[in-house]
Design a protein around this ligand. Structure first.
Ligand SMILES: [Fe+2]
Length: 216
């Protein structure tokens, strides 16, 4: 683990969203991931801890994850990164919006943040990986994963995202989900491989049947 990284996690809103900050303790720069619900709480923490917001990163386009980014832009004129596929699908645009292709890498003052494409919950969803910390949005929950039955969802793509991308990361990777749906607020990939039913479903048809019971 990179000692310069601090992950700050807020649980905000009526849907138990997790909003995350990836902080560079050495440069005092940070990025805000999925700002929503209570922007003042995020701003206050940043100010009290003497950090600078460098960018906003969006895992996906659902309102409960992005509804606060415009309010945050009122005080912090920073770029807002989202995948091109997602921005096109949800018509997300504006002068601060930066659309990126798959596997973009952002530099947070010397700390690389890898953007991992993880379609399945939405067409252009992505996770953010920094120094062994994975901000997973709605792709992974603790002992769960995001729904694939909403518009733009695809359980086959979700299987690939989880089994062929995220589960190939080192077992020590710490997973931070997009919602507080479990008593654990984060967990290692090693633990999740033992208890997450969507990781245990290692055949595509088993995964789809579990995620989309109406199709089984
Ligand atoms: Fe979502």
């Amino acid at each position: 683990m990179n000692e310069a990284i601090l992950i700050k996690q807020f649980e905000l809103g009526t849907l138990k969203n997790f909003i995350h900050l990836i902080c560079n303790k050495e440069t005092k720069d940070l990025v805000v991931i999925d700002p929503a619900w209570d922007i003042d709480t995020i701003r206050d923490w940043v100010e009290e801890n003497n950090y600078r917001i460098k960018a906003i990163l969006l895992t996906h386009g659902h309102a409960d994850h992005i509804e606060g980014y415009k309010k945050l832009l009122e005080t912090h004129d920073v770029p807002v990164y989202i995948s091109k596929v997602e921005a096109d699908f949800y018509n997300i645009e504006g002068k601060n919006i930066v659309t990126v292709e798959a596997d973009y890498q952002y530099d947070l003052g010397g700390i690389p943040i890898d953007f991992i494409p993880t379609p399945g919950h939405t067409p252009g969803g992505q996770c953010f990986l920094a120094g062994g910390h994975l901000i997973a949005g709605d792709t992974l929950f603790i002992d769960g994963c995001g729904r694939c039955d909403m518009v733009g969802g695809d359980p086959v793509k979700m299987f690939n995202s989880i089994h062929n991308r995220l589960m190939k990361l080192p077992d020590s990777t710490m997973i931070y989900p997009g919602h507080y749906y479990h008593e654990k607020r984060c967990d290692t990939l090693a633990n999740q491989k033992k208890t997450n039913p969507y990781m245990l479903a290692d055949k595509l048809e088993d995964f789809v049947a579990r995620r989309m019971p109406s199709l089984a």
